[in-house]
Ligand binder design. Sequence first.
Ligand SMILES: [Zn+2]
Length: 457
Amino acid sequence: MVRLPADLPLRLGLWIDTVVDRDDTLRTLARERAFDRLRRDDIVSQRTLERWRTEAAAALRDPHPITAPYGETLLARDGSVDTAPHVFSLTLAAERVLRIATTADDGARGGLLVDVFEGGNVEGPRRIGAYGPAPFDERLSFEQASVDRKLTLRVQALPGSTGRFAWRTEVRAVLDFPVEIDTTNPVQSFFGMPRDGGRREHHGIDIFAPRGTPVLAAADGLVIRTGESPRGGLHVWQRAVDTDGVPLGALYYAHMDSVTAEAGTHVRRGEPLGTVGNTGNAQTTPPHLHFGLYRRFVGPVDPLPLTGERRVPTVTVSPTNVLPNWLAVSSTRANLRGAPSTDAPVIASLDGGSLLRVEASVDDGRWARVTVGDGARGFIARSLLAPAREHEVQAAINTDAMLRSAPSADAPSLGRFDADLRDGAVSLGRFGEAERVRTTNGLTGWLIGPAVVPALE
Ligand SMILES: [Zn+2]
């Protein structure tokens, strides 16, 4: 079965809409459509396109573990965005929603593609979501909301993309906070507290807010009933569903001052249902929303663990943290860590001057995700990085040496490193088996091979 986002018509104006594919019957996924279009329009060479696709598939085997929230600003290389795939693994806990967003700065062209995979078998992990390349903000939840899921995210810019791009993922509660309020501790009365002298229990939570504060739908779903009762006062019942249309239970919003929602209508999460009040048996207490969740075959359950933060965080991604592709360790030593935090385990201790390939700038730009010359990958504090210092060229040089565009023997050649280029060239450091070199005419490239003192004539 194929499910399309409910707001699909709104997206048809975009170059490519977002489609979630649950069993691969639908072939018009964002990635395939983008690929077909690039091929048809002859925007980039066939060889580039094929390499882009091959790299994307190969990268899935070696994901980088992350925990959400996590966000990156991707780097520009020679004015265009690096199209290498960025692949991450993360665990989505039960009854949580994965949120993924991308953005681009004004004037950016191309875009980011994000694929979400789950599990893995002989044929590899199964793709369960495909988004992009137009900027998007998507939620992803699952039918089996009761189990943890191991997911793989692949983020990759379209070939030929220019400008600045950023992406971010967050793990959110399955329900949104139902009151538009920004105070500390608005929930003052919890699920299971005694009521009526212990004859019954509190089957919800009480969220205190000034009279008239908007009450917002905590999920998408049909308004089943509105009305007024002695206990709940003015109230709304909503049949809540997650983003895939999977039932979450019935939501009960009570003691309201006014109700604007209409029975029989569908509302989207975040839409106003009415306002906070103290109607019903709350007339002697300050205004608050009684918020309850009733599950089929279960009855009332505590909605608090399933309810998001009172302040709904907006997924903002700053395209201003663009770093150079190559930086060096500026301190005497620096720790390469497994996550962007000083609490994270140390993967390696790096010598001062070590040249690092910067893959992305992480979150607020205080960390960089990097690859080290021996292939190790991790995070390093941005404050410990600086542009590489120049040294005398020490790379293997013979008349056949090629200056290459990347630190690998099969990278495209920029030209023979002959006397013209060699004269006055400086080394910017070693990365694995390669030496980064800048020539007097401003060409930067790589000499592949072990370091030896050049036999300059
Ligand atoms: Zn209550």
